[in-house]
Design a protein around this ligand. Structure first.
Ligand code: ACO
Length: 322
């Protein structure tokens, strides 16, 4: 088997919706500022007690159903998250138990907003190497848990959700290529500065929160995503016009527009869910992908470019013949 192929997708958003108008009552911001600078109108927020694994479970069950696969068919679970339920076991193992799968390797990958792209890269390579035949790949986040709801520079941007795909070994393409990168020198521009080993700042009695130098992140994201588009096309000997759909990480409409311009891709062939979902980090690409599949926009045989950029910095892309 030369390729891994996406045979089903699923996603889930928590019930509670937080609108820009709601945020106006929480911090010094306006609906207009948020829409103009980010394109975001609303985001979904997990209920109290609702965890990343809860969201991942619903998305995974929907993906399995769409793929017509049972839980026993899965021989690999890779879950991307920055907001695991517990320190350990991994959220992938918690998910495995919920689904009722026994024995398949299950582990988390942590690449923040690029997490799903990394998870796809890992699962694709497992399948191509013959180490797995049918993989469940999940991006799931309760990012709202690491947000400082008094910081207007970050709290307006993020939301919660989960997306999943089932990948199967195939002689037909499939995932054409995956491209993963990181540069840890930029850690301080976008990070949660506290953690398990380093300890938690006593000043932040409630936990550890995202800190971001938004303007610098913005510029790096635009430049880097432009480069990853070029790298992906070059590796596959493709022209910009060969790509049918761009499925970008949903961080900011202005970043999405810049990448679409670079690809000369008309916006009606760019999947945009940022207005309704906000930035759901590792869940953003599979959520957008599943929405477009279920709306009947993306058709079998089309060429899809998924890309993301996030904390680390990390960035990457997946080119898929769907
Ligand atoms: N409401 C009103 N005003 C605000 C808000 C807010 N929610 N947040 C910041 N401002 C103010 C700032 O204080 C600043 O005021 P000042 O000029 O008086 O100092 C002004 O707005 C402009 O701030 P900038 O940070 O320069 O605004 P910018 O146009 O860069 O937009 C934003 C900020 C939306 C955060 C943008 O930089 C961005 O999207 N960056 C990318 C961040 C991102 O997406 N990170 C997620 C992970 S990485 C990724 O997924 C790509």
């Amino acid at each position: 088997m030369k390729y891994s192929r996406i045979i089903g997708t699923g996603s889930y958003l928590p019930e509670k919706v937080l609108t820009n108008k709601d945020l106006e009552k929480m911090v010094d911001t306006t609906d207009q500022w948020i829409r103009e600078r980010t394109g975001i109108k609303q985001r979904h927020i997990a209920a109290e007690g609702e965890t990343t694994c809860d969201l991942a479970e619903v998305a995974s069950r929907r993906a399995l159903e769409a793929a017509s696969k049972s839980v026993e068919d899965i021989d690999l679970i890779v879950l991307a998250t920055t907001t695991p339920d517990q320190v350990f076991p991994s959220t992938a193992c918690l998910l495995q138990s919920r689904l009722g799968n026994h024995g398949a390797p299950a582990f988390d990958v942590q690449a923040v907003c690029t997490g799903f792209i990394y998870a796809m890269g890992v699962a694709d390579n497992f399948i191509k190497a013959g180490s797995a035949k049918c993989a469940l790949v999940v991006g799931a986040e309760t990012f709202s848990r690491i947000i400082n709801w008094e910081d207007r520079g970050t709290c307006v941007l993020f939301g919660d959700g989960a997306g999943a795909v089932v990948l199967e070994a195939s002689d037909e393409p499939g995932v054409m290529s995956t491209h993963l990168h990181a540069d840890g020198d930029y850690a301080n521009l976008l990070h949660v500065p506290d953690g398990v080993s380093k300890g938690y700042d006593v000043v932040q009695a409630n936990g550890a929160f995202v800190e971001m130098r938004g303007n610098e992140v913005f510029k790096m994201a635009v430049n880097t995503l432009g480069q990853i588009v070029d790298e992906t096309l070059e590796k596959n000997g493709l022209d910009k016009s060969d790509i049918d759909w761009l499925i970008p990480h949903q961080a900011n409409l202005r970043i999405i527009n810049a990448t679409a311009r670079k690809l000369r891709m008309p916006m009606d062939h760019v999947v945009v869910t940022v207005a309704e979902h906000g930035n759901t980090s590792a869940a953003s690409v599979p959520l957008a992908f599943d929405a477009a599949v279920r709306e009947g926009k993306i058709k079998r045989g089309e060429l899809l470019l998924m890309e993301a950029f996030g904390g680390g910095f990390t960035w990457g892309s997946v080119l898929v013949k769907y």
